[in-house]
Design a protein around this ligand. Structure first.
Ligand code: ADP
Ligand code: MG
Length: 411
C-alpha cells in the first residue's frame, strides 16, 4: 500500500529534477561552446578560436540526440535512467572527441567542460547515492584515462578540482538525505499516532456498547448455573469466556480513554506485589516459580500507580503465558543512574522471533490463538506517558527479558 502511494510521487520528483537538469545542461553546454569559440577571443593571440575538428558536427548532433532519447524514456515511465544516459554519453562522446583532437596535434591538452562541474554539483539534487558516486568516479576516471592516453600531466588540475567538488557534493547529499529521512520519520510517527487515535476512539465506543450487555449476560449465566447446577457442564466455560471478552473490552477501554494521568508518589514494591497477586493463580497452575529481587531501599516513584499496575499485569501475563510448561520468572528492581528505576522481568519461555521484535506493540499483533495483541500497545502508551522506556531482549527457546525504565521524578 505504501509503495503504491509513494511511487508516483517520487517519480514526479524525479521528473522535476530531470527537467531542471536538462535545462541547465543544455544552457551550460550551448553557452560554453558559444563563449569559447565565438565570443571570447583567445587570450594568447586575441583572435577567435577555430572550432576543433574532432567529431566535428557529430559532437553536437550526438549530444542533442540525447534530448529525444530522454523524452522517450520519460514516456516509457523510466525517467530514472536519463541522468545516467547523459552522464555516460557525455563522458564517452567527449573522450572520443578529445582523443581525435589531441592525438593528431602536438597541442597541449586544454579541456574541462563547464557541464562537468554542473554534473558534479547538481548530483545531490537527485538524492541518489549510486548516481553521485557514478558522477564522481566517472569524471575523475575520465581525466585520469585521458591523461594516461595523451601522456599529459595537466589533467591532474581538473582531476583534483573534481575530487574537491565531489567532496562538497557529497556533503550536500548527506545533508539533504538526512533531512528527508527525518521528514519521513516524522510522517510515519504521525501516521502511527493517527492510527492509534482512530483505533482508540473506535475501541472506546465499541467497548462502551459491549460492556453492559456483557455484564447482564454474565449475571444471567451465573444465575442459571445456581438454579440448575447439574444441568449443564458448560457453565464454567461460558463464564470464563465471558470473562475473556470482558478483559479484551477492558484493554480496549484503556486505549480509548482520554488520559488525565495522576502522578503521585507510590511504592513500586507495592505495585509489583499487587500485580503478582493477580497473576499468582495462573503462575501456580503452570508450576512457575516467581523470584523477586529488590535492590536496597527504593525511593518512592512518581507515577500513576493504577496505570503502572496495568503495565506490569500485561508484562507478567505475557511472561507467564510464554511458559505453559513451567519455568522461572524473575523480577528485579533497582535504581540506576540515581534518578531512574529499572524493573526487569525475565522469563524462561518461548522467546520472540527476531522478525517479530519490531512488531511488538503494533495494534493487534499477536502470536497467540487467544491473544488480543493489545497488551503491549497499552503498555507502550502508558510507559511513554511516564517518559519511560521499554526494552526487549529475547532468545528463541531460551526466554525473554523485558526492561522497564522509569524516571523516579516526573518534571
Ligand atoms: P497478546 O499477549 O494478546 O498476544 P501482547 O501485545 O501482550 O498481546 O503481546 C504481543 C505478542 O508479543 C505476543 O503474542 C507474543 O508473541 C509476544 N510476546 C510478548 N511478550 C512475550 C514474552 N515474554 N515471551 C514471548 N513472547 C512474547
Ligand atoms: Mg499480552
Amino acid at each position: 500500500m505504501k509503495k503504491h502511494i509513494m511511487k508516483p510521487k517520487l517519480m514526479y520528483e524525479e521528473k522535476k529534477a530531470v527537467a531542471l537538469f536538462l535545462w541547465l545542461f543544455n544552457i551550460f553546454f550551448i553557452g560554453y561552446e558559444l563563449i569559447y569559440y565565438f565570443l571570447l577571443p583567445d587570450s594568447q593571440n586575441g583572435v577567435l578560436r577555430k572550432p576543433e575538428i574532432g567529431l566535428g558536427y557529430w559532437y553536437y548532433i550526438l549530444i542533442f540526440l540525447l534530448l529525444p532519447l530522454s523524452a522517450y524514456l520519460i514516456k516509457k515511465g523510466n525517467p530514472y535512467l536519463i541522468k545516467y544516459v547523459y552522464l555516460w554519453s557525455f563522458i564517452v562522446i567527449d573522450v572520443i572527441h578529445n582523443m581525435l583532437i589531441y592525438m593528431e596535434t602536438p597541442k597541449e591538452y586544454a579541456s574541462g567542460h563547464i557541464v562537468e562541474v554542473l554534473f558534479i554539483l547538481f548530483s545531490p539534487i537527485f538524492v541518489n547515492k549510486q548516481y553521485l558516486l557514478s558522477v564522481s568516479l566517472g569524471m575523475v576516471s575520465k581525466y585520469i584515462f585521458t591523461g594516461i592516453i595523451l601522456q599529459d600531466t595537466l589533467v591532474l588540475v581538473p582531476t583534483s578540482i573534481y575530487i574537491v567538488l565531489s567532496g562538497i557534493a557529497f556533503v550536500i547529499f548527506i545533508r539533504i538525505n538526512s533531512y528527508i529521512r527525518s521528514l519521513t520519520r516524522i510522517h510515519e510517527e504521525l501516521l502511527q499516532k493517527e492510527k492509534l487515535a482512530v483505533i482508540g476512539q473506535m475501541a472506546a465506543a465499541i467497548a462502551h456498547e459491549i460492556r453492559n450487555p456483557l455484564s447482564s449476560l454474565k449475571g444471567f449465566t451465573q444465575l442459571q448455573e445456581e438454579r440448575y447446577p447439574n444441568m449443564n457442564d458448560f457453565y464454567p466455560i461460558m463464564i470464563s469466556e465471558i470473562d475473556r471478552i470482558n478483559s479484551i473490552v477492558n484493554d480496549l477501554m484503556t486505549l480509548g480513554k482520554p488520559k488525565d494521568l495522576q502522578f503521585l508518589k507510590a511504592n513500586i514494591e507495592e505495585i509489583i506485589a499487587y500485580t503478582l497477586s493477580i497473576i499468582q493463580y495462573q503462575a501456580e497452575k503452570q508450576e512457575i516459580s516467581v523470584e523477586t529481587t529488590i535492590a536496597g531501599p527504593l525511593p518512592p516513584l512518581e507515577c500513576d500507580s493504577k496505570q503502572l499496575k496495568q503495565v506490569f499485569i500485561n508484562l507478567l501475563k505475557n511472561a507467564v503465558e510464554s511458559m505453559p510448561n513451567g519455568g522461572k520468572l524473575e523480577i528485579k528492581v533497582k535504581v540506576v543512574e540515581s534518578k531512574k528505576m529499572l524493573i526487569s522481568i525475565e522469563d524462561e519461555g518461548f522467546g520472540i522471533e527476531d522478525k517479530n521484535i519490531l512488531n511488538l506493540g503494533e495494534p493487534f499483533f499477536t502470536t497467540k490463538q487467544n491473544g488480543t495483541g493489545l497488551g503491549l500497545l497499552v503498555t507502550n502508551q502508558i510507559i511513554n506517558d511516564h517518559r519511560g522506556k521499554l526494552k526487549f531482549e529475547s532468545k528463541l527457546g531460551i526466554g525473554t527479558k523485558v526492561e522497564v525504565i522509569l524516571p523516579i521524578k516526573q518534571k
